[in-house]
Design a protein. Structure first.
Lengths: 390, 132
């Protein structure tokens, strides 16, 4: 039995994702907020929205901290309380969950949640260094281990334990690049082949350029309302029916296993239990494909297949558009792009479009139940949300 | 260095400068903490002692890093891995003295210590792994 809503999404907005020269976090977020306001004419933002929770990872990129009130200002939401949440790549998944907690607490009836990151004005070396801050400094960063390096360590272990291949990982990239061509807001708009992915330059063996998500600018937001108020604002809300979050050791080396993210398994179990749904009930999912191996591991952690079977699942086409469970119809972090702090609520934005029939060429027909899976760092934070249409 | 410095990462690296691989052991429940922590995360006791690890173990996983942060660019590509010691404790680190093509999961590696000290904060000496 599908359980009752925790909160309802009454609107959502997304900036263009890509290299957006001269646009910084505040402007990117204003674009996302404007789309959400325009989509919901029955809502009076400054009157109805009571608080802002926004995910943002790095103040290093723009030498700008204190993001909460800055973004509230540019979104026209002053003097409403505004808080920036940092959980690496899960920053806005956590912002979504915090917005849910705020409404369930009874303190607020309507809140905005979202996320933003500006990255492309920095060199690859600088971005590599800033992203590495989400890993363990004394043992991982200090030994020169980069973010791709951490996921490469998981990939090597997964290949050794389960026979997962570099070609299976490349197939994740090919699928998500195809989906990205159907999403006008995606950073990349081009098809790739397995051969091209396999022959791209090595970043951290066995991960190559096309195994890695993109350095992208972008912002995303959702407007959440108490379920009793949702119909005041829209005829077609999307309900959040499950929310799970868990933590694990910051260092990959401290975790029980290298081939699974325990925090993601626990967050998924909590979200499924709260929602009253099982993996077989899902129609569409957005998972955290920061690297291709991460999508394969996500299939396993979320129960789309058994442990070690993720490589087979991608080969069988189950997760393609038109397959039994389309995963990352937006193009995912791989092709839509990964403006770190924006990703969690950008995933929710795609599920909102899918469950309200607004996903155009990439629409999963008749989608009723969706899931988003947002991972921080190499897996020390994981956030899973489950949604259903009204 | 005295045998009872505070149970911190900084103390771990002070021991590394003496070519010693040290962990904290809880006197109450026996849990060994690597990295060392001021409180046992199993039983929450602060009754701890330092123990020296042999530093030999098996390679759990590895990667060769080609795109490196600025401070490591001059040595890229370089190999890093996670080594599991005999008591189940693990550390990540660079692997020296073996070609990437020769590296195999499960191979025996031993911790060794660099003689030079890093010039930038936090100025810790580095340990690394090499074949036995």
């Amino acid at each position: 039995m599908v359980n009752k809503p925790l909160v309802s999404i009454v609107s959502a907005g997304l900036s263009k994702f890509g290299r957006l020269d001269g646009m910084y976090c505040r402007e990117l977020f204003a674009h996302a907020a404007k789309e959400a306001f325009d989509r919901c004419p029955n809502l009076n933002p400054i009157k109805d929205i009571e608080a802002l929770f926004v995910g943002h990872m790095g103040e290093s990129y723009e030498h700008q901290g204190h993001t909460g009130p800055t973004l509230a200002d540019w979104a026209g939401l002053l003097p409403k309380p505004a808080v920036r949440l940092e959980s690496a790549c899960a920053s806005s998944g956590v912002a979504l969950r915090t917005g849910i907690l705020a409404i369930l607490s009874g303190m607020h009836k309507v809140v905005m949640v979202g996320g933003v990151e500006k990255m492309t004005h920095r060199t690859t070396a600088e971005v590599t260094e800033f992203l590495a801050m989400a890993s363990d400094m004394p043992f991982e960063q200090w030994n020169g281990i980069t973010f791709p390096g951490l996921y490469a360590l998981m990939a090597t272990a997964h290949m050794h334990e389960y026979g997962t291949t570099e070609e299976q990982m490349a197939r994740v990239a090919v699928k998500n690049h195809h989906n990205g061509t159907l999403n006008p807001k995606a950073h990349m708009q081009k098809e790739i082949t397995v051969e091209k992915a396999m022959s791209s330059k090595v970043i951290a063996w066995p991960l190559k350029l096309y195994d890695c998500s993109l350095i992208t600018d972008g912002a995303s937001c959702l407007i959440l309302a108490h379920p009793d108020l949702a119909k005041k604002f829209t005829d077609a809300p999307v309900h959040v029916i499950g929310s799970g979050q868990a933590s694990d050791a910051i260092g990959l080396y401290e975790r029980e296993e290298l081939t699974t993210l325990k925090a993601a398994r626990l967050a998924g179990q909590e979200a499924y239990r709260m929602a009253g749904v099982e993996p077989k009930d899902l129609d569409v999912a957005e998972v955290h494909d920061c690297f291709t191996i991460a999508e394969i591991i996500a299939y396993e952690d979320l129960g789309f297949c058994g442990s070690g079977k993720g490589g087979t699942l991608i080969e069988e086409g189950t997760t393609e558009l038109g397959g039994k469970l389309p995963v990352n119809p937006s193009g995912g972090l791989k092709s839509k792009g990964h403006p770190v702090g924006a990703t969690g609520t950008a995933q929710a934005y795609e599920i909102y479009l899918q469950l309200t029939g607004q996903a155009d060429e990439r629409q999963v027909d008749g989608a009723e139940i969706g899931l988003s899976h947002n991972v921080g760092g190499s897996g020390a934070t994981a956030c899973v949300h489950i949604y259903r249409r009204d | 260095m005295s045998e009872n410095p505070p149970f911190t990462v900084s103390s771990f690296y002070k021991f590394v400068s003496e070519k010693r691989l040290m962990a904290a052991k809880c006197n109450e429940c026996g849990t060994v903490l690597l990295p060392p922590k001021p409180m046992c995360t199993n039983c929450l006791s602060t009754n701890l002692k330092w123990i020296e690890l042999e530093g030999a173990g098996n390679l759990l996983s590895y990667t060769v890093i080609y795109i490196a942060p600025e401070q490591f660019q001059s040595i890229a590509p370089y190999t890093v891995g996670i080594v599991e010691f005999k008591n189940g404790l693990r550390l990540p680190g660079m692997i020296h003295g073996v070609d990437p093509e020769e590296i195999k999961i499960g191979m025996n590696l031993k911790v060794d210590f660099e003689t030079s000290k890093a010039s930038q904060w936090p100025e810790w000496p580095r340990y690394f792994f090499r074949p036995i």
